[in-house]
Structure formats: C-alpha cells, structure tokens
Design a protein around this ligand. Structure first.
Ligand code: SF4
Length: 373
C-alpha cells in the first residue's frame, strides 16, 4: 500500500495501515489531505459555537487520567441545579451558540428521574439549543441504576429531549489498553461502548467517535481501535443510515493526574501522524476534527493539512479536559476564525449536524486586512 493508493480512496487492511504508519509524516499528511479535499468541501473549514456543561463531578469509575472526578464526600463535589445549567445556556444563546455538550461523572446518587426532568426543563427553556449529553459510561451507570437495558434508557432520554451523545470514553477501543491497571480497570468495555453507540444510532440520536493516544499502546492497537470504529460505522450506515457524525482524536493529558509518569503520552508529531492515518483508515467517516483544546492552536491549524476538515468548537467551558492539564481553555470565536483564515480556508459556523449556520464576517472579527487576504 502506497500513500498514493491510499489517497485514491482504497480501503486499507490492518496490515496495509501498519505499513503506512511507518511512512514519513509528509507522505501520510499529503495522502490524508487529498482524501479530505475530495470527501468534504475543499474551500471551507467549519467550527461550532457551543458550551460544555459538566453537571456533576461525582463519579465512581476512577479513571487514572481524570482530574475532574470527586467522591461524594469530598468538599468540592457538586451537582449543578437546573437553574445553574439554564443560566449557562442563556449565556450560550447570547453568543449565538447552538449546542450544549453535557457530561458529568457516573454519579450513583442521582435518580434516573433527575436526568429526565433536566432534559425536559432544558428543552422547554431553550428550544433552539441541541442537547447532546451523557457519554456511554454515564448511560451504563443509568442501566445499573434502573435495571433497564441501554436501549430502554436511551429511549426514555430521547423522549425527554436528548438529541445526541458525546463520544467520551472512546479513548482506545482495545480492552487490554483501556482496562490496564495504570489506565482504568473499571472503565466501560469496548463492546459496551460500541453497543451503547449502536443503540443510540438506531434511535436516531447524534453520536461522535473519540480516540486518545499515549497510554503506551502499540501501533497495532491503535489500528485495531480504528478498525473497530470503521466496522461499527459500516454496520450503522447499512442498518439505519445514522452513523458517527465525526471522529476526534487527541493525546493523553497527564499533568496533575494519577497516570502521570505511568504512561508515555504522545507529542504533536505523533498526533498529526495519527490523525492522517485515521483519515486514510476511516473511509466511511466524513468529518474529522482538529483538537485545539488539547493540542494548541498551531498544531490544530497544522491538522487542517493532515486530514481534518473541522476546527471543533468554541468550548466555552471544559472542566474534564482542562483539569487534566490542557493548556488551552476557552477561546473566542475570533481565535478559531483567525487560525482557519491564516491556513487559507474560509471559516463557516456550522451546527452539530454539520449544516452551515452562518459565514462569519471575517473583516469585523479580525480586521479588514484579514478579510482582504
Ligand atoms: S473520565 Fe469520566 S468516568 Fe472516568 S473518572 Fe473521570 S468523570 Fe469518571
């Protein structure tokens, strides 16, 4: 398998992907960029104005890479009130946002009715905001709590107003890695994570796939994880036409968390190589996001030439990643637009279904010189 054949859209086997993974970064990036230009609008890079809300930090899973979770007895454990969450959504509406991404820990002290009432409250008070909430790990927590199946839990949540699920917890879809002692032995398994996503997709909910590199996994395990996603996407598209809307990869953040010193992490070059390889392997995914909150803006901008067609979102609030050491907190739309324009693309604001919401006035945001360029 040569980069040129991969760029022409040939479906890669795992062995071919392994061979490609050893190629120089520029070969991989060039092939991935060609595929991106052919599969998505070559002139534009999209982004989303959204807000992350972490409704509770109480969690009983105990992932070693997470600096966000607390036990119920810790002083700074919290559960936000409906009004506190509503207040954050009013701020989101004020800046033209269209989506809230809501995640918390797996909090066994919240009854299932709390989630249903929260969704009903948000839908009534904020009808223009799409609510994407509760990663598969949280859904598994609700399954344990209620004794219902994941499909039944999702059906109830969907009925109360849930629009989609975040892709959190994808990390590495290889149980030997995700359940390793230094990572998270109690984490939702690969099959369970994929099963919840398949149930959600069958119900018409929006889903994304995420992946984290740097746990000490081998290249073969990274490719195995990508293959699991590609197979799941094939099944979803064939059976109900509603698969993952996007793929987002980033590197393990180790600062200030228990996994620090126990996992090698991964640097910007490894990230860019992995993103490019992902674009070539995931031939049934349309959208690949750059991850500026974890990688920084300059690496994210470079990612636009390694297979990414989307700059992610403004993320007005992101406690889970930021407390694990991401250096790049909330950013204004202006910074995202600046990076996209400087890379030579037209920025467009999208909704979470990748429809175009508006074409921002670059001159007003960055000044007339940028608009002319
Ligand atoms: S990553 Fe999620 S599931 Fe794991 S400890 Fe943190 S909040 Fe809990």
């Amino acid at each position: 398998m040569t980069p040129a054949r991969a760029a022409a859209g040939a479906r890669l086997t795992a062995d071919e992907a392994m061979a490609l993974a050893d190629r120089p970064l520029f070969d991989l990036a060039g092939a991935a960029h060609e595929v991106r230009l052919a599969r998505t609008d070559p002139a534009i890079v999209s982004y989303l104005i959204d807000r992350n809300v972490n409704y509770s930090n109480v969690c009983n899973v105990g992932c070693s890479f997470c600096g966000f979770y607390r036990t119920r007895r810790q002083q700074d454990a919290y559960v936000l009130s409906f009004e506190q969450i509503s207040h954050k959504l009013r701020e989101l509406e004020a800046v033209g946002g269209t989506r809230v991404l809501m995640q918390g820990g797996v909090n066994p002290y919240l009854p299932f009715s709390w989630y249903l009432e929260l969704l009903a409250h948000l839908k009534a008070a904020h009808p223009t905001i799409r609510v994407e909430a509760f990663s598969p790990e949280e859904i598994k927590g609700m399954v344990k709590l209620t004794g219902m199946s994941a499909r039944e839990v999702l059906h109830e949540l969907h009925g109360a107003g849930l629009d989609g699920l975040p892709g959190g917890g994808g990390e590495m879809l290889v149980d030997d890695v995700r359940h390793a002692r230094h990572v998270s032995p109690a984490r939702i398994s690969t099959d369970e994570w994929l099963g919840v996503m398949e149930d959600a997709q069958a119900l018409g909910l929006y889903t994304t796939a995420t992946m984290v590199i740097g746990f000490g996994e081998t290249q073969a395990q990274r490719i195995e994880s990508l293959m699991r996603l590609r197979e799941a996407q094939d099944r979803a598209l064939a059976s109900h036409g509603n698969g993952f809307s996007a793929f987002i990869a980033w590197t393990l953040q180790t600062e200030g968390v228990r996994i620090h010193g126990k996992a090698p992490g991964a640097g910007p070059t490894a990230y860019l190589r992995h993103l490019a390889l992902s674009r070539l392997v995931l031939d049934n995914f349309v959208n690949l996001q750059a991850s500026w909150p974890t990688m920084g803006h300059k690496v994210a901008q470079t990612a636009l030439f390694c297979g990414a067609n989307d700059y992610g979102s403004t993320m007005l609030e992101e406690n889970v990643v930021s407390q694990a050491g991401a250096k790049h907190q909330a950013t204004a739309e202006r910074e995202i637009v600046r990076q996209i324009v400087d890379a030579g693309f037209e920025p467009v604001q999208r909704d979470s279904l990748y429809g175009i919401v508006r074409r921002p006035d670059v001159g007003a945001l960055l000044g007339p010189a940028a608009a002319a360029a």
